[in-house]
Ligand binder design. Structure first.
Ligand code: PMP
Length: 404
């Protein structure tokens, strides 16, 4: 059970006003807000043990190293990875995907195929296009239908011995669809292909077990999980991470350097060149502690209630169309109102204190599929309430009347 009054007290930003009105923050798919306890961890790091890690013998360096590696272990536990060295710290989902795409330069060649879903964020499209440009491999798109659901029979038909990699988001940021990755992954494995799942939108809302999924790579961003920006994670199966070449060269990622030859550090450090985002790694772990305290199951259930409540009421609005009507959805509602540009609604709602996203949501192919320039996207989190949804609906109706 969610104790909403207690939870809201953890997020100081929810008390602020925007344009004279209490803030309603419905842009959680873009980034989540940060609880006070995570901010305290950041202040504590810089107040008490700010130091570079891994190399120092002094106390501060040891404390910082311990806390940073503790963050890695918390991530390992959160996603149930078998080993902590299967967790690579990245700057975010985009970095994790690029790391794998760069590494796969050595594992795909002309004639091979990379399959990508039709509802990907640009960060899970462009790196694969670049990989195909480098190697001569072909990018193929798994189609979806008007509900925003992937066509699994078409996916089955596309799989062959040419398929080397299947990449797909767990949840679409533009539509909210939860993709059936429990089916997508074994189907790819049956033809010998590896699978990368973009977990940027699922990790904050659904319990993920990378071992149970048997996924090869899984990526997430701390800033969508109540943590800070600039830090994220890539899970990779040990056998894959051992095979992939380093992404960047520099300090931290080496075993031995001479001008003739360099040998690389063991996992995970092989992929972590340079001084990392130490405080970010520690704060990421703290953010996961916070989410665990509430419980992912409770979060999922509560957010689903918000989704159903808002969807029912939105559909009563004249001329309103929702994009992404899958039965399996997270609390993301992408919509338009006939004859009104999404940007105009977004601007008016901001004047009323409501933060939501308008535009193509870094998923232009999804917008092209629906033949629209963009949508208005309301995305909820466990700290949002039905009362906020009611006020949002009143304000939306006001905005609609002003614009028609
Ligand atoms: N994939 C999806 C589905 C996303 O929603 C996002 C963030 N909007 C990303 C990837 C990229 O995440 P980041 O910008 O944190 O690297």
């Amino acid at each position: 059970m969610i104790n909403i009054d207690k939870i809201r007290k953890d997020f100081p930003i929810l008390n602020r006003k925007v344009n004279g009105n209490p803030l309603i923050y419905f842009d959680n798919a873009a980034t989540s807000q940060t609880p006070k306890m995570v901010m305290d961890v950041i202040v504590d790091y810089y107040s008490n043990y700010n130091a570079n890690i891994h190399r120092g013998v002094h106390t501060l360096a040891q404390e910082a190293t311990e806390a940073y590696e503790g963050g890695r272990r918390k991530i390992q536990q959160f996603f149930n990875a078998a080993k902590s060295h299967e967790i690579i710290f990245t700057s975010g989902t985009t970095h994790g995907i690029n790391l794998v795409a760069q590494g796969f330069t050595h594992f795909v060649k002309e004639g091979d195929e990379v399959l990508v879903s039709a509802m990907e964020h640009h960060s899970n499209i462009v790196p694969w296009q670049m990989l195909c440009d480098r190697t001569g491999a072909t990018l193929k798109v798994i189609p979806m239908n008007k509900e925003g659901v992937l066509l699994m029979d078409k996916y089955q038909d596309m799989l062959s011995e040419k398929t080397k990699l299947v990449v797909c988001n767990h949840v679409s940021n533009a539509l909210g669809t939860i993709n059936p990755i429990e089916e997508i992954i074994p189907m790819a494995h049956a033809v010998g292909a590896a699978v990368l799942i973009d977990g940027a939108q699922s990790s904050p809302h659904i319990k993920v077990d990378v071992q149970k999924l048997d996924v090869d790579f899984y990526t997430a961003s701390a800033h969508k999980l109540c943590g800070p920006t600039g830090i994220g994670m890539l899970y990779g199966k040990e056998e894959w991470l051992a095979k992939l070449p380093p992404y960047q060269g520099g300090g931290e990622m080496i075993a031995e350097v001479t001008f003739e030859k360099t040998t690389y550090a063991d996992l995970p450090y092989k992929f972590e060149a340079g001084t990392p985002n130490i405080c970010g790694g520690i704060a990421f772990g703290a953010a996961l502690d916070y989410l665990n305290q509430i419980g992912l199951d409770a979060i999922e259930q509560y957010e689903h209630e918000l989704l159903e409540y808002a969807t029912k009421k939105l559909l009563k609005i004249d001329g309103l169309q929702i994009y992404g009507t899958a039965t399996d959805k997270t609390a993301v509602i992408s919509f338009n109102i006939k004859g009104i540009h999404p940007y105009d609604i977004g601007t008016l709602l901001d004047k009323m204190g409501i933060a939501l996203r308008t535009g193509h949501h870094c998923a232009q192919p999804v917008m092209d599929y629906f033949q629209i320039p963009g949508t208005i996207r309301a995305s909820f989190s466990f700290y949002n309430t039905k009362e906020e949804i009611d006020r949002f609906l009143d304000c939306l109706e006001k905005a609609r009347q002003m614009l028609t």
